[in-house]
Design a protein around this ligand. Structure first.
Ligand code: 1CP
Length: 363
């Protein structure tokens, strides 16, 4: 390796704990980042949001990179996730996305018929979402040694917002559409899959080091319906983007083995699953990410530390665990507790590595 190559590598983040863990390499401690690490629980984020509404913040590549940097700096986490939203591509498709007061997303033109699917606009990702690619480049220019996660919503989760017209509890309209109009549903899934591939590839080209596919609501499906209607599309996305990927869902404990068939580098696991059992179901040839209940951050330090220890014991210092919550940080969380969590994961995981080495030597 000549000196130019060496300095390039040292400046980059290929040797970061986060990317090493994704490659199942041993690390001196467990890497940690947190879903929704940039958000309303932070004073610095609320300050930015006083001046701009949520969508304008996403559209502004300079501000979006700034809030991404703020989260990384304030918490000392091992990866950033670009500030954007899974629903942004739906804006470009003519869905009439807006965020109503009280926060829920609303899509003014929901999909209720095969004709509605036909009317969805296909668009060029560079034209429609180039501002996200620019946010990625801005973050990397500011923090070149911090690995950056690009992301997109997975087709089923995006379809659920399009069909329900917003958030949902039971996904009844989505499932009824899937059962009653399977051809139109399939067409919608293919359209969303193609768009998602182009969108993720754009983020990768802009420099994102890892790509995450959020299938937040896929746990609402049976194994049978997941395998039939969703898995082929997720698999196609993972294959098309290549490089490190994380596939994430919630309430998916009963189908983690199927989700791992999508072929991602890592799988997200939520708190409803025991981490050790989940990893066995997924297969130890994959990395795992998780799985603290975000509500634990509403407790005191003793409870937080105890629950961190439990998860670290369950993963047993096996290479390939990335510590995270099982879902995003809640708005009413104290930032002090979030910082305490990150510090605790770092300290305890490092100490555990030391202990297991000592025990190994005594044997
Ligand atoms: O300023 C605000 O109050 C807006 C709140 C907010 C934020 C901070 C929303 C609205 N989105 C985001 C940013 C965001 N969303 C990020 C980047 C920030 C970070 O993680 O640090 C990411 C990765 C997302 C992804 C996202 N958006 C998901 C997948 C993850 C998950 O939480 O399951 C989903 C489902 C959304 C939709 C969404 N965005 C926002 C809301 C209120 C919702 C609806 C959630 C719901 O239906 O329950």
């Amino acid at each position: 390796m000549n000196s130019d190559q060496k300095s390039g590598r040292e400046q980059g983040c290929e040797d970061s704990l986060f990317l090493r863990a994704l490659r199942l390499e041993a690390t001196e401690r467990t890497p940690v980042w947190l879903m929704r690490q940039a958000g309303r629980y932070q004073e610095s984020y609320r300050k930015v949001r006083e001046k701009v509404d949520f969508l304008s913040l996403c559209h502004n590549s300079q501000l979006a990179a700034q809030v991404t940097v703020q989260a990384v700096d304030e918490l000392g986490v091992d990866a950033g996730i670009i500030f954007a939203d899974i629903l942004l591509p739906l804006e470009c498709m003519g869905s009439g996305l807006r965020f109503a007061k009280g926060d829920g997303p609303v899509l003014d033109n929901p999909i209720r018929s095969a004709g509605d699917v036909e009317r969805l606009q296909e668009f060029d990702v560079e034209e429609g979402l180039g501002y996200v690619f620019q946010s990625v480049r801005n973050f990397i220019a500011e923090r070149p040694t911090v690995p950056l996660i690009g992301f997109a919503g997975a087709p089923f989760t995006l379809a659920s917002y399009l069909i329900e017209g917003g958030s949902s509890r039971h996904f009844d309209k989505t499932k009824a559409f899937m059962y009653c109009q399977p051809e139109a549903f399939e067409k919608l899934m293919v359209l969303l899959t193609n768009m998602t591939i182009a969108y993720l590839q754009g983020q990768k080209q802009a420099g994102a080091h890892c790509l995450m596919l959020f299938d937040s609501w896929v746990g609402a499906l049976s194994r049978h319906d997941f395998a039939r209607h969703v898995l082929p599309h997720s698999r196609r996305i993972v294959k098309a983007v290549s490089g490190p990927t994380i596939y994430f869902g919630t309430s998916c404990g009963g189908m983690l083995d199927l989700m791992s068939e999508a072929g991602s580098t890592a799988l997200g696991v939520d708190w409803r699953s025991d981490m050790a059992a989940a990893w066995s179901a997924i297969g130890h040839d994959r990395a795992v990410m998780g799985n603290l209940d975000p509500c634990v951050l509403l407790a005191g330090r003793e409870e937080i530390a105890a629950q961190v220890d439990l998860i670290l014991q369950q993963t047993g210092a096996r290479p390939g665990h990335i510590f995270n919550l099982g879902h995003g940080i809640l708005q009413n969380t104290s930032q002090e507790n979030v910082r305490f969590l990150v510090d605790t994961v770092k300290e305890r995981s490092q100490a555990l590595r030391g202990e297991s080495r000592t025990i190994g030597m005594k044997r």
